[in-house]
Design a protein around this ligand. Structure first.
Ligand SMILES: Nc1ncnc2c1ncn2[C@@H]1O[C@H](COP(=O)(O)OP(=O)(O)O)[C@@H](O)[C@H]1O
Ligand SMILES: [Mg+2]
Length: 326
């Protein structure tokens, strides 16, 4: 990271984003997949993000740096749908890096939730925002052609979250394998791929979605399931009924935005995916870091296993979700 910083500064100068005076790169995260810096510029603070060739952990994970360009494409497309829901991209830089406007004073939604500030109205706006992008891009050949990222989505999402668990559990393997095949085969709308509360900023204008490195043209049910999963895990972790309410509000708002296909079919697919993702977050390669209590894990695992074997529509799943489960 250190050796490459002069390159980044030179690239920012070449793009006209900073002048000749000293430029300070302030690291924003210890992300495993990219470098993220905040940089003060004459026109205000910006964020510079550059994907790493090699993830800092899990070296066997293949993650081509082209995902940086996928992210730029997603951010631009989402802003075309609604300029409030994604940061403005200011420049694309060499090495699939890019610069975007920094949004000041916007906490990360995950931090809000973990601190017990749970706002179902905000969760509903998240549902609306995801559905708006899906609706605008559904059955659209141009979007489909712009996000041909099936291989990356398989490596970063399908394999670790669905198939890895299938390998560990022979009883669930047929259902999970069928689900993975179904997910990979559906080409319906532009999927963000990482709609997690840690990738959503809380702005005065509603949610702002970040970190679209896994964007793919695929099954929109995945985004709904991915985000709902996080809220249900947090409900167990905090034993906070407002988290269930927030999940319900997210799903209900998303549902009203489904204009491209039969809502019941999508919600059932999302229910199946949510069950699988819940299990993956306690048994898979990417466990939720805040779910360490064995009782909490059992509560998630037991419900998730039942739901994989006897799927429910995501609205029913959320309504029935228990924060403690014997
Ligand atoms: N445009 C932005 N405005 C304000 N903060 C941002 C912006 N982009 C990223 N961040 C901050 O940096 C963090 C990491 O960015 P993200 O795109 O999620 O990268 P990573 O791949 O490291 O998770 C975010 O959680 C957020 O706190
Ligand atoms: Mg992130």
């Amino acid at each position: 990271m250190e050796t490459a910083e002069p390159d980044i500064i030179a690239d920012l100068r070449a793009a006209g984003l900073v002048g000749d005076s000293d430029v300070v790169l302030e690291p924003l995260t210890g992300g495993v997949s990219c470098d993220v810096w905040k940089v003060e510029t004459p026109t205000g603070p910006i964020v510079v993000k550059r994907p790493l060739e090699q993830l800092r952990v899990a070296a066997e994970w293949h993650a081509p740096v082209e995902r940086g360009t996928s992210e730029v494409r997603w951010l631009r497309r989402a802003r075309g749908v609604d300029p409030r829901i994604a940061p403005e991209v200011l420049a694309e830089l060499p090495g699939h890096a890019f610069a975007m406007r920094f949004l000041p004073g916007c906490p990360v939604w995950k931090d809000e939730l973990m601190a017990g500030r749970v706002d179902p109205a905000f969760a509903a706006q998240v549902g609306q925002g995801i559905a708006a992008v899906h609706d605008a891009t559904a059955h659209n050949d141009r979007d489909r052609a712009a996000f041909p990222n099936d291989e990356m989505f398989r490596a970063l999402r399908v394999d670790p979250f669905l198939l890895y668990v299938a390998q560990q559990d022979s009883e669930l393997a047929p259902a999970l394998t069928a689900l993975a095949d179904d997910l990979a085969s559906r080409k319906i709308a532009l999927v963000h791929g990482d709609v997690s509360p840690k990738n959503i900023l809380v702005s005065g204008d509603g949610p702002v979605f970040l970190d679209a490195e896994c964007a793919v043209y695929g099954d929109p049910a995945f985004d709904l399931a991915f985000c709902t999963t996080h809220l249900l895990l947090k409900a167990v972790r905090s034993d906070d009924a407002r988290m269930n309410v927030a999940a319900g509000a997210l799903v209900a708002a998303y549902r009203t935005g489904i204009g491209w296909e039969d809502a019941d079919g999508l919600l059932l697919r999302a229910g199946k995916l949510t069950a699988a993702l819940l299990l993956a977050r306690v048994e898979g390669k990417s466990p939720a870091p805040y779910l360490t209590n064995p009782e909490h894990k059992r509560t998630v695992r037991d419900q998730a296993r039942m739901l994989i074997l006897a799927p429910q529509s995501i609205d029913a799943l959320v309504a029935n979700w228990k924060r403690t489960f014997q």
